[in-house]
Design a protein. Structure first.
Ligand code: SF4
Length: 354
C-alpha cells in the first residue's frame, strides 16, 4: 500500500501527523521532491495566472508524484478545522481544483474535514481516508490516530522549544525528541510571520532563515508560541477568529508586536491571497500604532531573489541603526542624570549632542 503526499500546502503544518497515521496503518508514504523552479513552472502552466503561488506549487508537486508513477495521491479538502473557522476557498476546494487542471489518470484520496458540519469529526475524516486502502476497522484507525498525535505532539514540543523546523521534522519521524541548544547571542531579533508553506518551502521563501542568520538575526516564528499566546495576541488586537490560519498570522504577529525583545516584524504573503490581504492590513496598522517596524514581502513565481534580499538587508540595517541610536540615547540620558549636579542648565542647552 502506497500513498503520495505533495510536499506543499498542508504538508508544512501536518506532515508529522500524516506520517504517524499512515505508517501505523502500514501504508508507505512517497513524498514529492522539494520545490524547484520546474515545479513552479509546470504548476503555473496549468492554472489561471491569478492563482496564488502556493497552489501553483501544489499543482507542480502533484505532477512530480505522477512522474514518479504514484497512483494514489492524498489531496484532502480541509474545509474547517474548528467550528465556524474556515480555510480559504482554494484549500477547501483543492480536490476539485486538481481534478479540473490535472488531466491524468490517478486516484485522488479526497477526504473532507469539516468541523463546522454537525456530527463530522476527525475520526470520520480518517475513516474516509482509510477506506481507500480497504481498511474499515475503526479500532485500527483509532490506534493509528493515536500514533499520529504522538508524532505530531513531539514535533510541536520541539518547534516550540526553538528547534529549527527541518530538524524537528526529521527527529519527530525518527521517533526522537530533542531540545534547542542555541544559546548564541544575536544583536537583532525579528518575528517572521507567514503560513508554513511560505516559510518552510526553501524555494518559495528563498532560504530566508539562512539569509537572516547570516545577517546576525535571531528569527522567531508562530511555531515557537503556544495556542494561548496566539489567542491572547488575537484578543489584544480586538480581532475575531475567522480564518483557519488566523492564529499563525494575526495571533502570532500581535504577540510579537507587543514583545519588547523583538526588534521588527517581517511578513511573507503570496500575491493574490485574499485572507492574507485582510489579515496583513490589520497587522500592519497594529504594528505602526505600536511603533514596531514591519516589512511586508509579497511573493509570486516571478519574484527575483536579488530584490528580495535587498529589501531584507535594508530593513535589517534600519533595525540595527534604530537599536544603536536607542542604546546611545539611553547612555546619554544616564550620563546626564549622573552628572546633573555638576552641569548647569546653560551648558546642557548649549551642548547640541544632548
Ligand atoms: S490562504 Fe492564501 S496563499 Fe494560502 S492557499 Fe489560500 S489564497 Fe493561497
Amino acid at each position: 500500500m502506497q500513498i503520495g503526499i505533495p510536499r506543499a500546502l498542508s504538508y508544512y503544518n501536518f506532515f508529522p501527523f500524516w506520517y504517524g497515521f499512515f505508517s501505523d496503518l502500514g501504508i508507505e508514504i512517497v513524498l514529492s521532491d522539494p520545490t524547484t523552479k520546474q515545479t513552479m513552472t509546470t504548476g503555473s502552466s496549468l492554472v489561471v495566472p491569478e492563482t496564488c503561488l502556493p497552489v501553483k506549487v501544489y499543482v507542480g508537486h502533484i505532477l512530480n508524484l505522477l512522474d514518479k508513477k504514484v497512483d494514489k495521491i492524498f489531496v484532502p479538502s480541509l474545509q474547517s478545522i474548528l467550528p465556524k473557522i474556515y480555510n480559504c476557498s482554494k484549500l477547501r476546494g483543492l480536490p476539485d481544483l486538481i481534478r479540473n487542471v490535472v488531466k491524468r489518470d490517478f486516484t485522488m484520496i479526497e477526504a473532507t474535514l469539516d468541523k463546522s458540519e454537525k456530527n463530522h469529526g476527525l475520526y470520520d475524516f480518517l475513516m474516509e481516508i482509510a477506506k481507500y486502502f480497504d481498511i474499515t476497522d475503526f479500532e485500527r484507525v483509532k490506534k493509528a490516530s493515536k500514533n499520529a498525535w504522538r508524532v505530531y505532539n513531539n514535533f510541536q514540543v520541539m518547534t516550540r522549544s526553538g528547534v529549527p523546523y527541518k530538524k524537528a521534522l526529521k527527529s519527530a519521524i525518527e521517533n526522537k525528541v530533542i531540545i534547542s541548544e542555541n544559546d548564541k547571542m544575536y544583536p537583532i531579533s525579528v518575528a517572521l510571520v507567514a503560513h508554513g508553506y511560505n516559510l518552510y518551502d526553501e524555494r518559495v521563501s528563498m532560504k530566508i532563515f539562512d539569509k537572516l542568520e547570516a545577517l546576525g538575526v535571531r528569527v522567531h516564528t508562530a511555531d515557537q508560541l503556544t495556542l494561548e499566546q496566539m489567542k491572547e495576541g488575537l484578543n489584544s488586537m480586538h480581532s475575531r477568529l475567522y480564518w483557519a490560519n488566523e492564529y499563525e498570522m494575526t495571533g502570532a504577529a500581535s504577540h510579537y508586536i507587543q514583545d519588547k525583545n523583538i526588534d521588527g516584524i517581517i511578513t511573507i504573503n503570496a500575491f493574490g491571497c485574499g485572507p492574507d490581504s485582510l489579515m496583513l492590513e490589520r497587522i500592519s496598522r497594529f504594528s505602526r500604532k505600536s511603533g514596531k517596524p514591519i516589512l511586508n514581502l509579497s511573493i509570486d513565481e516571478h519574484t527575483g531573489e536579488a530584490g528580495f534580499v535587498t529589501r531584507i538587508e535594508a530593513f535589517i540595517d534600519m533595525l540595527y541603526r534604530k537599536k544603536r541610536s536607542s542604546i546611545l540615547n539611553k547612555i546619554k540620558i544616564k550620563n546626564v542624570k549622573e552628572n546633573y549636579s555638576s552641569i548647569n542648565c546653560k551648558d546642557l542647552i548649549s551642548d547640541s549632542s544632548y
